[in-house]
Write a protein that binds this ligand. Sequence first.
Ligand code: LP5
Ligand code: MN
Length: 240
Amino acid sequence: MATLFIADLHLCTEEPAITAGFLRFLAGDARKADALYILGDLFEAWIGDDDPVPLHREIAAAIKSLVDAGVPCYFIHGNRDFLLGKRFACESGMILLAEENVLELYGRKLLILHGDTLCTDDTGYLAFRAKVHQPWLQKLFLALPLFVRQRIAAKMRSNSKAANSTKSLEIMDVNPQAVVNAMERHRVQWLIHGHTHRPAVHQLTANGEPAFRVVLGAWHSEGSMVKVTQDDVELIYFPF
Ligand code: LP5
Ligand code: MN
């Protein structure tokens, strides 16, 4: 009995080894799980469910086959794939979740989220996020021809890379007080998130008690997952 969590795969056509690793994971470890939670940035960039790229069809079919085998799959949006919508959810059988969710697993209460909203020192990013999360702007963007959306996304990606190279590592990490606030708001002692690409298990104090923040790793040259069981919360790395 185990529930698995992954994030930050950044799947794209240009990185076939990561896709192969994910497909193996879906056909292997994930099949034995009670449920799979994907905590954002499954894809490198998502510009609409109507994007006909073959990779998306392949991933939807592989997730659907996991779901059809009896393993429910849940998805929280990341900062790269916040536009992933109902059409892809339906095709893949994934259930789209809200930004922040509290789970009760094997007697343990856990908060799960992507992690970008905890980076409150990155005010440039939060301003950007607030803008691109406006429903009217998203609607407008999704109504644009695909090639225009591709160009805008490419521009945003290159701007982001340029901006990140000027930011300190501290600014791009979570703010410790934002972590405590989130855990106290939801009255939990466990938090699992991704986004920062700094896999670790951190101990802290929240609600006046010991608390734990588990950070998922990005899938670069190996896979990363968190496995929650009755007895344990484990951060695991595995080869593709
Ligand atoms: O993604 P990553 O790892 O490089 O860095 C993130 C933050 N960057 C982003 C931007 C994404 O990479 C772009 C993804 C495009 C996806 C599809 C396009 C959909 C378009 C929808 C339009 C409605 O998330 C980065 C963080 C970093 O994580 C660490 O947390 O620092 O933040 C930035 O780079 C943002 C800049 O710091 C600020 C730029 C200011 C822009 C001002 C507002 C512009 C509004 C444009 C509206 C169209
Ligand atoms: Mn992210």
